[in-house]
Design a protein around this ligand. Sequence first.
Ligand code: SF4
Length: 295
Amino acid sequence: MEEVRVAGETVGTYLRRQREIEGAKPTACGTPLRGSEAYGCARKIALRIGGIPEAHEPNNETLLAFKLGNTMHELLQESMHSLWSDFESEVVVDLRPLGFDMSGHADGLYSIGDKQMVLEIKTQSSFGFKLALKANKPKIEHVCQAAIYAAGLGADAVHLVYICKEGSYRDNVKPGQMLEWRYDLTDDFDGQTVEQIAMAELWRQQEIVDGVKDGRIPLRSCWDDKVNEFVVVDSPPPYQGKGQPWNCRYCEHRDNCAPLPTHEVSVALATPFIKHHWGGVDVAVEQEEGTQSGA
Ligand code: SF4
């Protein structure tokens, strides 16, 4: 029997080309910060804003998983449109009037009674879904993203939906299984109100972009679910290798980050590659605007 990988390589090549044509996805309003990076690694966000080319690109499986996730998003948005007359999808959120250089697209906005809800949809692996099922709560980064959008839109609550994209006999979860939670902005989540979570993250992200404006690349720090806080990463594990934190194993900037010191570093003292490509925040915004006007 001859081993073939024609279909897999073809779809991978097709999706990779689409990704190249689309380029780096612009933020909704051409801001340096994007809401979907809530609780993201500070250094990774700074390298993206600074215009540093990614050191790694996603493999075929990851690209296909993104595509499947997008398809499920669209299906759920279409369903909401069909039954909820005031439902809006891909709602532009601009945080600049609140003083933050951030924007984004909320998956949905609709109302129940006099409450306006921001809908945020997340597709999950069987493992991630099992953890959420067991804890009966979503991840804090997803609550935070939705809460940031709610703050920007003046909404009252957030509605999180998890869709399981794969089945697992061992984890006792099925593809298509769903979990949902709703929180008012004044509700408690892990000891803070949902609104407090959003505001603290907005200030953290603003510090990152202010550092980029000054030519500073921040400390390596990733959110760790197990200890419920940001932890310093002394030595990032290899891309798609083994080790903790897992965030670095999937980080497209891993090989840009690893040669730098752990602590904050000035661009002037970074690697020649970073110094060469660093555009700072103004170039990042110009690129975003250029991409938008060409779209
Ligand atoms: S490798 Fe890890 S610490 Fe470095 S930028 Fe990526 S996620 Fe952050």
